[in-house]
Ligand binder design. Structure first.
Ligand SMILES: *Cc1c(COP(=O)(O)O)cnc(C)c1O
Length: 396
């Protein structure tokens, strides 16, 4: 079919032209004497996206799941007690991984559409006077349900209980798109991946660690090899990797970090908020509801939208794909068939989002959802136009 295909899944996301071109280069020598001139600034600059000044970031040739695993096996030991919560497919999978690694998981199940239960975390931590809990886990942005949790609130719960547990955060679909402050929030392990806010292909797993996590890794942990902090540190400190790095992806990362620095993290967060608000105004105009139960859970990177009873959301996704060349996210696990997802993170703007909303609208109508054509798109256009006009007025 003619024209672009439209990618509106919550990762992989759209790749900027500069990033794509930066990766289009001949294979290079990863042991070249001047390779460190390229890698050392890269290790420094990626720390800025995490707002991690005193720790370091490991760049693994893996997806985000590998960085999840690296955090657990380096920093925690089998039998360690950890506090986790489950409210969507990604928080579910991380808890499953923790169990497979033999951690003693205190798992709090929450309704899908909500997020990290701060009150329950505070209770558990206050009750744990002997400090058996070694780490507290939080999924910052649950990509399956479009729910963002309050990581600063988890830090506050730890501090209020004067609890020394480490804080692990899954920021795969938030870091670089939604406000995240590793150092300020005392996050010890922050996980991300290349194919979401970093606007790259899949293939790099990022793990940003605090000095406290590095110290914990030195004194314990699981057996480890591929993900070993120690091996990585030894090689990274002199600008290399313990095995063949994905050099093209690293060149792409250089370009994406430059784009992020040019736009500015705070401006990127504001852009994501605006794009999400545009989507939410469309959902509202359609008379549909988000999976996220209340506004405090609203995600600025992905919206999971309930279809009315009697409609299968998989059909909506298929219809958008085949008829309108637009990829949307399907519902996962508990919400399969019930929600579809619009990924609105990474390299995109108002008009791109309007395009996605028009495809959603046509697919919904095709699948028998009774909405007025133009209603959602119109609401988004209104929102974008008015908020843009006020930005211009402020700038003038
Ligand atoms: C995408 C995602 C993951 C998994 O990352 P992969 O790169 O697919 O391994 C984990 N957590 C969240 C919140 C995600 O959005």
């Amino acid at each position: 079919m003619a024209g672009f295909n439209h990618l509106f899944i919550p990762g992989p996301t759209n790749i900027p032209e500069q990033v794509r071109q930066a990766m289009n280069l001949p294979m290079e020598d990863m042991r070249a004497p001047n390779f460190p001139e390229f890698t050392k600034p890269l290790f420094e600059d990626i720390k800025r996206v995490f707002k991690n000044e005193t720790g370091r970031v490991f760049i693994y040739p893996s997806s985000g799941t590998g960085a999840w695993e690296a955090a657990i096996e380096n920093v925690l030991a089998p039998g360690d007690r950890v506090l986790m919560s489950r409210f969507g497919q990604f928080s579910l999978l991380w808890a499953d991984m923790a169990e497979r690694f033999g951690l003693d998981v205190d798992l709090i199940d929450c309704e899908w559409g909500t997020g990290v239960p701060l009150e329950l975390y505070a209770e558990r931590l206050a009750a744990d006077t002997s400090h058996r809990i070694k780490a507290v886990f939080a999924t910052h942005n649950e990509t399956a349900t479009g729910v963002t949790s309050d990581v600063a609130g988890v830090r506050a719960a730890l501090d209020a209980a004067k609890h020394p547990a480490l804080l692990f955060v899954d920021g795969v679909s938030s870091i670089g798109s939604i406000d995240f402050r590793q150092q300020e929030w005392g996050v010890d392990c922050a996980v991300s991946g290349s194919q979401k806010g970093f606007m790259l292909p899949a293939g790099l797993g990022f793990l940003s660690v605090s000095p406290k996590a590095l110290a914990a890794a030195r004194s314990g942990g699981h057996r480890r090899c591929f993900f070993s902090f120690e091996d990585m540190i030894k090689a990274n400190d002199v600008g290399y990797f313990p095995y063949t790095p994905a050099t093209q992806l690293l060149r792409g990362l250089r370009a994406s970090l430059d784009l992020i620095a040019d736009e500015g993290l705070e401006a990127i967060f504001i852009r994501h908020r605006r794009l999400a608000e545009g989507v939410r105004s469309a959902v509202n105009a359609w008379g549909l509801r988000l999976c996220a139960k209340t506004p405090k859970w609203h995600s600025d990177t992905v919206s999971a939208i309930h279809v009315p009873d009697g409609i299968n959301s998989d059909e909506v996704v298929k219809c958008a794909y085949y008829r309108y060349q637009t990829s949307l996210g399907v519902g996962l696990n508990k919400v399969a068939g019930k929600v579809f997802r619009i990924g609105h993170l990474g390299w995109l703007n108002d008009v791109m989002v309007c395009g996605a909303l028009s495809a959603v609208e046509m697919a919904l109508i095709d699948c028998g959802v009774r909405i007025q054509s133009g209603s959602g798109v119109g609401a988004a256009v209104d929102y974008f136009q008015r908020s843009r006009a006020s930005t211009v007025a402020r700038a003038a």
